[in-house]
Design a protein around this ligand. Sequence first.
Ligand code: KG4
Ligand code: ZN
Length: 340
Amino acid sequence: MIKNDIIILGIESSCDDTSAAILKNEAILSNEIAGQKVHEAYGGVVPELASRAHQQNILPVVDTAIKNAKINISDIDAIAFTRGPGLLGSLIVGTSFAKSLALGLNIPMMEVNHMHGHVLAHFIDDEGKDKPRFPFICLTVSGGHTQIVLVNDYLDMEVVGTTKDDAAGEAFDKSAKLLGLPYPGGPLIDKHAKLGNPKAFQFTAPNMPDFDYSFSGLKTNVLQFLQRNTKNDKDFVQNNIDDICASLQATIVEILFDKLIQATRHFNINEVAIAGGVSANSGIRKRLQQEGEKRGWKTHIPKFEYCTDNAAMIAITGRYHYLNQNFAQQDISPSARLKI
Ligand code: KG4
Ligand code: ZN
């Protein structure tokens, strides 16, 4: 028998954020995130250092989530954890912690696919915001993934387009690195882009079949562009950073929306969402709004705190597994390449 009020602890540790959240039905009571500054010096996430930091952070983060939700640990009905995809060492920390706690509290646990989490973040209660209706299309763009997902139901989704090499987040971060910006460079490109002219420079978009993406060519394109322009002007980047970022961002947005629009036409769907860390990007948010108005789409943009990795999205996904009584067993292990 399912109780009326269900309280779920969500745990996320797939990359470099350790996060814990408390969900009561579809409302978030707390969502704590401990980032890991240690990677900044290396220009990217160092897996071994990420696992160590998760191990240090997980107990205080879970403890704070419970305190801030103003509940007792005994109020938790079930634990949802990210099983994958992600960095194996990072996933082991969250999975092992969830398994031990579920065993200790004698409550069920649910394994969650991180990519389901990004999509289902749209179902967290948010005053004044409509939740998507099925079927809808979600463009999930993060540091590790770029997917066009056809979402038929909470736990029934299909990837209809994906990147064949780099993710959109990598296109932002790797270009930022070439521009001398610190990691993660995505938010910094966004910041500079707001001040620049998106038509100042030209970057080439790839030619990919169906609804698939490719971003590795863009990185090479940026590298060659910088080599060409800094040859005779060593201050070129410094003097043009806003325009370079605006032009680069406009190209990435164009690449993303070209395929997204094709997919909505093909599947005849006019309910469109964006998700994932890169969906925090102001250019992507604005373009979704514009396309929505132009094409009569009903659009869904997640709250900033539910775009980048967080445990709230894991908890809400866990809720649908819980309602389906789809529980994980103690012999479960993480899966770095878990598919949707
Ligand atoms: O979803 P997420 O937190 O982690 C993964 O699962 O990968 O996404 C992180 C990515 C990074 O590549 C970061 O640069 C990018 O999201 N990002 C942004 C912005 N905010 C975060 N990229 C562009 N513009 C932003 N405002
Ligand atoms: Zn993510």
